[in-house]
Design a protein. Structure first.
Length: 317
């Protein structure tokens, strides 16, 4: 779940706990150039306060009015379609004649939403099924490959933890990499046991953990939504972290170093409890080959490779 939809979930929970009426709108289908992807959330409070977006602002005003005057009085979900005709698309500002289909839940269940938030916080991939005839929903373990589905009976949505980047080392390159990761909506954790680096990483938007990287990785519980990048250039720290990362389901594992040093590192790792198959998961030298020289340029190349692997479109180096 991205940070936008996570904040929608948190807002909906806070409002429901305060005794407010809340409706949740989910994008279930788009045609043309509708600007928000399937699964996007919008929470609407009875007084018109909103969190999130389903159209980038094109239909929200009309949707708020419709929820306040019609939908909040209902007990079961309702399908709403915007932009069926060219005239409606122009009226609502949906670009290029796009069409937007939404499912509106006028009675989201607080207990289910709280459990969903707890699961996401615990990095559990979760499938939420809404029974449209009753408005009731339930949660079960999900798979990141589960596809979003919606028909006349049920809507099934898979929610996962935020994408997370764990950076080993708190130097200058790590800070630039962290900035680009934050801009790409990753949660960022930096690990470094060295006292001299602790002050420079003291920021509210980054979680800094001062400890041995291998021990901290075990405590964090690396999952398939996590990237691990070793940037200290110190084998004593990087290799110990990589030993644990390569045995984990992390979707991306990279390490700073030349081709020669990367090959030497792989040979060293094979001498420990790491298999050849696991060692081959290592991306090194880290980052796409774009001729990067400066720390911010290298950080761009790292983030570009991480995103390419995330979406399964990385070409051979």
């Amino acid at each position: 779940m991205n940070s936008t939809d996570l904040s929608v979930l948190e807002s909906a929970i806070d409002w429901l706990k305060a005794g407010d009426q809340v409706a949740i709108a989910t994008v279930i289908q788009t045609w043309g150039s509708a600007p928000r992807p399937v699964g996007s959330w919008l929470a609407i409070r009875h007084d018109g306060q909103v969190a999130g977006s389903v159209s980038g602002g094109c239909v929200e005003d009309d949707l708020i009015r419709r929820v306040q005057t019609q939908i909040l009085t209902r007990t079961t979900p309702e399908m709403v379609i915007y932009g069926v005709s060219q005239q409606e698309a122009a009226r609502f500002g949906i670009p290029c004649g796009g069409t937007l289909r939404l499912l509106i839940e006028p009675r989201p269940e607080l207990a289910v939403l709280e459990e969903l938030l707890n699961r996401i916080t615990a990095h559990q991939i979760t499938l939420r099924t809404i029974h449209i005839a009753s408005g009731k929903s339930h949660l079960e373990d999900g798979n990141r490959n589960d596809a979003f589905t919606c028909d006349d009976q049920t809507m099934k949505t898979t929610y996962g933890p935020r994408w997370r980047m764990v950076i080993i080392g708190a130097g200058q390159l790590s800070l630039y990499t962290a900035d680009f990761a934050l801009a790409a909506d990753f949660e960022v954790i930096v690990i470094d046991p060295r006292q001299e680096y602790a002050h420079g990483i003291a920021r509210n938007d980054i979680t800094f953990i001062q400890g041995m990287p291998d021990d901290v990785l075990l405590d964090l519980g690396i999952d398939s939504h996590t990237a691990v990048i070793a940037l200290t250039h110190d084998p004593k720290l990087d290799d110990m972290a990589l030993m644990e990362a390569l045995k984990s389901p992390a979707f991306y594992i990279g390490a700073l170093g030349s081709k020669v040093n990367t090959q030497k590192r792989k040979e060293r790792l094979l001498d420990f409890d790491v298999s050849k198959e696991q060692v081959e998961k290592l991306h090194g030298p880290v980052g796409l080959r774009i001729g990067a020289l400066t720390p911010p340029e290298i950080a761009v190349s790292i983030m570009a490779e991480v995103i390419a692997v995330k979406y399964g479109c990385l070409a051979e180096k």
